[in-house]
Design a protein around this ligand. Sequence first.
Ligand SMILES: [Zn+2]
Length: 224
Amino acid sequence: MSDSQNARERDAIIAGVTVAFLLRESEISQMVAAILAARMAALTASYTDAAATMGVDVPDDWEPPDELVSRMRSASERNAKSIAETYRSDLEATALAFLLAWEGQHGGSLDGARDALREHLADWCATRAAWKASQVSQYETASGSDSGTEQFIQELLDGTATDSNGDPIDSTGAVVAVLPDYSSPDGICSDYAGETFPLADYDLLPDYPVHLNCIHEKTIILAS
Ligand SMILES: [Zn+2]
């Protein structure tokens, strides 16, 4: 076969085989719902933690403001879509690499490659699903947590965070810390890890996580 015939045949095999492995609309919708649920749980937990640091009891039925919920929903939809797109391009790249290797091992022939590719992709998908799911859940949880801390700090700054008597919380002595205090020396996190910042500078700090596998978060602490 000529190179261009092989390229056409490869494309046809990739299109035919990968279609069974692509994420369906219903799976992407489920992913949006799972991401949103993880974000809202993390957001509520970090909001409650930040409030507790300042001596505020958050009622059990506390709900984040609508604007924040819709921001979380948009982020969940955007991220699920981007995960599905990355998955598709990784899948296609994996299929192409497999077929090129197959040709190399079979004197340029693609005979039998279709079935072998199907098996190869089934293994690939199973392996990738496991580490990808944990990476995604770590990222989305950390991002939701950042938003909950941000929400409480915003309320402290604009005076809407109140104690049980309805009086605004005095935020004197409260600062934002980026924790843990260590980081790999290269990259943006080393400039912030372990540092503290005035609450009013909150907007100037990065949104966490800054990158995949970023371990850092912003926390409100009382400077002694
Ligand atoms: Zn980091």
